[in-house]
Design a protein around this ligand. Sequence first.
Ligand code: OAD
Length: 252
Amino acid sequence: MTGIQACGDYLQAAKQIAVLTGAGVSKESGIPTFRDAMEGLWTKFDPTQLATRRAFDANPKQVWDFYEYRRELMRPAQPNPGHFALAALQKRFPTLRIITQNIDDLHERAGSTDVIRLHGKISQNKCIANCQGDPTLVDVSQLTWDKSSGPPACPQCGQYVRPDVVWYGEMLPHTQLERAKALLEITDVIMVVGTSGLVSPSAEMPRRVKEHGGVVIEVNPDYSMITRIANLKLEGASGVMLPQVVVALGDK
Ligand code: OAD
């Protein structure tokens, strides 16, 4: 039996499927990952200078400009066959839920619904003080400010506006994390797609499923921290492997 067929069999036998995704799933859409040699974002930029609260407080313009740069990188991106395949799997298995570490919106644009977002959404901004409650979203397209000076001010309280993403050292959005935890307790098959498994708490999620007897299926062309606990590995790009899983399931 091929890995693809085995994956299909696991999915069909599952009562609850979860899919944990990382930057790798969006790589074929042209969005760089964080840690891939050469192209990875963190091989070119230092996250401690660009993706922490301390960095923002020290130099808000630098951090704001970094996220504007990433928005520019993401602007032309379209969902790839991997995103579409996951949406097709959710149609077939309606209780399937995606937990993503990605801050792009490509899962939703491919048709996936009810996506659990652990690291926020780069297309949104919020008041750094969350002055009207967490999160206080701010639509910057409605604001005019000197863009060369960095982030705009919150129209409610005057403090800075920041991207609605999770920075290093910050808590994950409470509701999203609780949803993910509850899902994992009842998950018997987790597919882990395009993540190095180096960042907590996402990295521990597949292990949690395994601990209570569930199956871990990894989709990744390279070795990762997930590989050692995976029951099955589809070794290849998600845009290549996941559509094959959909085809293999056919009308079964
Ligand atoms: P990484 O850059 O750490 O890992 C990307 C993974 O995708 C690697 O294991 C690659 O082998 C794999 N990969 C590359 N191309 C692929 C493809 N076409 N199909 C499938 N897999 C592929 O990215 P993440 O694990 O997502 O957090 O990183 C986790 C977190 O670290 C991010 O959410 C971000 C970062 O710092 C924050 O910014 C808070």
